[in-house]
Design a protein around this ligand. Structure first.
Ligand SMILES: [Zn+2]
Length: 79
């Protein structure tokens, strides 16, 4: 799987929420703090309980590249 583009960390929202920026830098969802499988992590290094669900489709990946949210949190937010 090719890596999914991360959100632009220079966006003003990340100045307001520096913690969210840290999460994204470390491949974690800023909402639930689980590890996001964005194609840059080694799955064998991540305990299953720490890993968020894989992205369902291109739309979910695009949303990740905007907000940094994992699939689980996108499901909660957008139903
Ligand atoms: Zn999440």
């Amino acid at each position: 799987m090719p890596p999914i583009e991360k959100p632009d960390l220079n966006k003003p929202v990340f100045n307001v929420f520096p913690e969210a920026r840290e999460c994204i830098i470390h491949n974690r969802c800023p909402c639930c703090k689980k590890v996001v499988n964005n194609g840059t992590i080694l799955l064998k290094d991540v305990p299953r309980s720490e890993l968020s669900s894989p992205f369902k489709d291109a739309l979910s990946k695009k949303e990740y590249s905007i907000s940094g949210l994992c699939q689980n949190c996108q499901d909660e937010l957008f139903g």
